[in-house]
Design a protein around this ligand. Structure first.
Ligand code: ZN
Ligand code: ZN
Length: 410
């Protein structure tokens, strides 16, 4: 049976840009490898969730992996916590948190705590973890920092609820309100979370690292502000659904988290940064290597989305060219592999936002019908043989091409 390589370019879809003479970055990029795959394979466009629905990376990925986000999405917290390496069980409640600088009355002075570094945040996070382990509550708490001022907080225990309000007001100069229950069943969760946040503040205010920051005239990270409470869902794994072994290669915590929730193993590439300066060579090497032992390899590359948010269409085109070079150099070594290249949503490099436009999609390999499209971009692929599909259709399409879907009917 053929193996499957999915190359997921985050925020790949785009809109025409004046600075590129009315072309999208993908149209502008010189990418002979991707064009060759498009010419030899089948193409199409895909609505990650539905036409005209702008989606986040989390819901986009869920859908593309075959999980209806309207059914399975419970917020970004659980997926991010999972991706950060926390051991989450279905039913646990996870929050995304920021280290922030707040005043005596919890007015938010700086949502990023003076751009605290990942290393400093980690040291403070250790202190919070220790406090959490000793914290006397009917719920268990766990905390982990991720990148810079960001982290995740997990609550576990009987009756823990995700029906609590955000503490992070999402802007500065406004008071961070303590969590409130959104339903009667969430009262205990809100109360215990508030106790935890107040205790965390004590720990942070007296931490030597923060004292040192204040001495240097820097803003202390003196509070943690949770938001986006979500309950860890139970997803039927890809192995249960299709009998495949899978692995994800991704720099960002969120992508690892979504894939882990789908039952994938995680392969860490230490030089994969999840940014434009990532080590593409190492990531593609890891993907090729993983194809020897796994049925499905999910290679996630974030830089395309980053360049879009930076509103830099030329940087996006240049990054696509780098990806193309790495992929092209390996096409001949792939062997019996079905390759799929697509995105999880459109991110416009003109306005820097996610949009509901469909994304281009190509599938290449033995037994794949060949359509008449010879270029891989948003406009050409719209004439492709796959037509316009939904994210939810992708897994079935790939699994059927590789003979892994059971017939419906007699
Ligand atoms: Zn994305
Ligand atoms: Zn994005």
């Amino acid at each position: 049976m053929s193996k499957i390589l999915i190359v997921l370019l985050d925020g790949l879809g785009d809109r025409p840009s004046r600075s590129l003479n009315g072309m999208t970055p993908l149209q502008r990029a010189n990418k002979p490898g991707l064009d060759e795959l498009a010419a030899e394979g089948v193409t199409g466009i895909m609505d990650p969730v539905a036409p005209g629905v702008p989606v986040g990376s989390d819901t986009g990925h869920l859908s593309i992996l075959g999980y209806d986000p309207y059914k399975f999405y419970t917020g970004r917290g659980p997926l991010e916590a999972l991706g950060a390496g926390m051991d989450l069980r279905p039913g646990d409640v996870a929050f995304r948190v920021n280290f922030a600088t707040v005043g005596d009355d919890w007015t938010v002075i700086d949502r990023r705590a003076g751009r605290i570094s990942t290393e400093e945040a980690r040291a403070l996070g250790e202190a919070i973890r220790e406090m959490a382990a000793a914290f006397d509550s009917e719920f268990a708490f766990d905390f982990l920092t991720t990148v810079e001022h960001r982290g995740v907080l997990v609550m576990r225990g009987d009756g823990v609820s995700d029906e609590v309000t955000d503490v992070d007001p999402h802007m500065e100069g406004v008071k961070a309100e303590m969590p409130r229950p959104r339903s009667p069943g969430a009262e205990r969760t809100a109360r215990e979370l508030e106790r935890f946040l107040r205790k965390a503040r004590e720990v942070l205010e007296s931490h030597p690292l923060n004292r040192e920051r204040v001495r240097k005239g820097l803003r202390p990270a003196n509070a943690i502000l949770p938001r986006g409470a979500g309950k860890m869902p139970r997803l039927p794994s890809l192995r249960e659904r299709y009998g495949v072994s899978c692995v994800v290669i991704a720099g960002g915590a969120l992508y690892r988290g979504v894939c882990k929730a789908a039952g994938m193993d995680v392969r860490i590439v230490p030089t994969a940064t999840g940014t434009l300066n990532t080590d593409l060579n190492a990531k593609f090497n890891a993907a090729l290597e993983s194809l020897k032992t796994y049925d499905l390899v999910f290679l996630h590359i974030k830089g395309t989305d980053t360049a879009s948010h930076d509103r830099n269409p030329s940087a996006k085109a240049a990054f696509i060219e780098r990806i193309d070079k790495e992929l092209r150099a390996r096409i001949d070594q792939l062997g019996d592999v079905i390759v799929c290249v697509t995105g999880d949503h459109t991110t416009s490099s003109v306005d820097g936002r996610h949009h509901g436009d469909p994304v281009p999609l190509l599938i290449w390999g033995e037994g794949v019908r060949r359509d008449e499209v010879v270029r891989f971009d948003e406009v050409s692929c719209a004439r492709g043989g796959l037509g316009r599909i939904r994210g939810l259709d992708l897994m079935n399409t790939l699994m059927d091409l590789t003979g892994r879907v059971e017939m419906f009917g007699e």
